[in-house]
Design a protein. Structure first.
Length: 261
């Protein structure tokens, strides 16, 4: 499970490129920007590359920023996020821990560190980080650590506890799609097909790019004997995530449900 990030407007990127050292195809002199401006440009370009899933490029830019100021909080945070995305968990923990040593009140960093521990299946440490987040009454997105706690309960087989957490999230943030998907998983595993479909339709309405939700929706429709709807849902998976293993499997299932296999 990954965190949620914000995209920097592409027009701003044009300005960043100039600061970093390329403008109109000509090299910019070393005195054209202060070290602080250069660092900020490297950080923001690193963020953009991270959003584009160019992890090598993001790491390169953020490492340049670290050379300018190795103790900058944003540099440490985004390096932690980049290493997490690369599944280099030891490095992610190192950089998140350094960031928290600079400012232990940064709730979002605690949440991100909890995700590292959750991926490592170190659930006690993960819960500790998520519970810290929930103690922060000023945190603007409390449903994120709540969702992560629900995920741990679900992984550990505590389905009643997980369901209660997901339902509570929907009272706080009814426009947040993932809890609908997770509740649908719980209903599907209990054989409650109608409820599964209802929750998945909510999920894809809120997030039309939710490929995993469409895949489960296809399985639920197939189980309910609704072949055309199942094929359509599987087709959405292929459109949303082409050439992935999940899309290849969805395409096979669509052909099977329509009688082509």
């Amino acid at each position: 499970m990954r965190g949620h990030f914000f995209l920097i407007p592409s027009l701003f990127l044009l300005g960043l490129v100039g600061l970093i050292g390329c403008s109109g195809g000509k090299s910019v002199g070393p005195t054209s920007a202060t070290p602080e401006q250069q660092m900020g440009a490297h950080i923001n370009l690193g963020r953009i590359l991270l959003l584009q899933k160019d992890l090598a490029g993001a790491l390169s830019e953020l490492s340049k920023a670290e050379q300018i100021d190795p103790e900058n909080l944003d540099v440490l945070t985004y390096l932690g996020l980049t290493y997490y995305s690369r599944q280099d968990y030891d490095k992610a923990i190192e950089y998140y821990s350094r960031a928290l040593a600079k400012d232990s009140t940064k709730t979002e960093i605690h949440n991100n560190l909890g995700l590292v521990y959750m991926d490592l299946k170190q659930f006690d440490q993960a819960k500790s980080e998520f519970e810290y987040c929930l103690k922060d009454t000023t945190y603007s997105r409390p449903w994120l650590p709540q969702f992560n706690l629900g995920t741990i309960e679900q992984i550990q087989g505590n389905f009643t506890e997980a369901e209660a957490i997901y339902r509570n999230i929907l009272t706080l943030s009814p426009q947040y799609a993932p809890p609908y998907y997770r509740l649908a998983q719980l209903f599907f595993n209990r054989g409650e097909t109608t409820e599964t479909i209802d929750y998945l339709l909510n999920a894809v309405k809120l997030d039309p790019s939710y490929a995993d939700a469409y895949y489960l929706l296809g399985e639920a429709y197939e189980k309910a004997g609704k072949k055309d709807e199942a094929a359509e849902a599987y087709g959405q998976v292929v459109l949303l995530s082409p050439n992935t293993p999940r899309a290849i499997e969805a395409q096979r299932k669509a052909r099977k449900v329509l009688g082509f296999e």
